[in-house]
Ligand binder design. Sequence first.
Ligand code: HAM
Length: 423
Amino acid sequence: MKIRSIKGIKDILPDQMPKWNIVEHAAHKLAKCYGFSEIRIPTFEQTQLYARSIGESTDVVEKEMYTFQDRDGTSLTLRPEGTAGVVRAYLEHNLSTQFSMRKLYYIGPMFRHERPQAGRFRQFHQFGVEVFGTEDPYMDVEVISLLWQYFTDLQLPELTLYINSIGTPEDRQLYISQLQAFAKPQLQNFCENCQRRFHTNPLRILDCKVPRCNSLTEEAPKLLETLSPASLEHFTHVQNSLSLLTIPYTIHHRLVRGLDYYSQTTFEITSSHLGAQNTIGAGGRYDGLVKNLGGPPTPAIGFAVGLERVNLLVPDAVLSQPFPMVVVAGFGDQGRPAGLKLLTRLRQAGIIVDADFRANSLKAHLRSADKLGALATIIVGDDEAQKEVVIIRNMKEKNQLEVPISLVPEKLNSWIHQNSNIF
Ligand code: HAM
């Protein structure tokens, strides 16, 4: 019997890689442009790190973690997200002492035992950023603007940015009692999950996906109405600064997020081009988490993007820059070794080049170059090898040019990179 991959855990196949490369390259480039440094944290950590950061009564900790015992009995968990690990590393390595503010980003796989469906996997990849050391609302806006620019650079369609504020823990305490007073008389009409959450994690009834619960909380009191003046002022600053940068946003009163560490600003970007799993990036402030994990009080904010979902949305146009593939067609007793030498020289010159060693006639080489989508084929038969020339054939226009073999790298480079027409 063949062994197959695990449900919800996918291979990324060679034909999907060009989009993945673009998506990841754009993330590295933009994060650096915004002053972030890359960090790589382990894929598994002690279970209590996640339980304490994300919250015991969240869906992630209650039912989605891949947890196992190490040989010495320690409970370990595959990381369900990146924030907890980054905070742990930030504290463990004293990353705060070198700079007053730290901006870190990461790209890598995360693991959650969720029900697989389009856009939802058990192993998925996130690009995330975390900033430590400032509570200035400008930083909220800088982080949101990085997220917004990432998606617009990649030309993702029909984006909506939702923002909300869930205030400080004190603001929330006040709000929760109001919410419970509102929901209690109709509690039996909520789904079972919400009836349980009413006691364990009441805020989550606000973003329950069950339509019945959704309509029950439509008239619920609004978080923004119970915020302290300071929290409200912070949120007003965020809104004004988003407007200043002309980033369009919608206030979403029920945006509370599924992880417990959040405070103040929360945000999400969705695309209506996706189905039910339409959130492509989300985050918020988590001013209490660093202290909660044993560090000094340190305000922080970040987001994470689901890269599988981004990949589903990246339009083919982003890929439309032609792949500068050149094929060397060496044939005949002298042409084949001359072709092999040229292949190596072109690679040394940084030109993406390939050859089909099975082809033993010009026709076969050209057929294979067509299949690879090559822009040009460099033809070296015995005659050319003797004269120390090659024929460069433009595969699209079908015209050809004879060039001394020593000038091929230079000619190709100027054709590919400077768009100068050598034919
Ligand atoms: P999150 O909302 O749990 O936040 O996940 C962020 C993004 O990861 C989601 O919006 C979605 O695009 C993607 N994602 C989550 N679960 C799956 C899945 N099962 N399959 C595919 N994609 C998925 C966090 O993880 C926080 N750590 C974000 C953050 C960073 N907040 C502050 N800093």
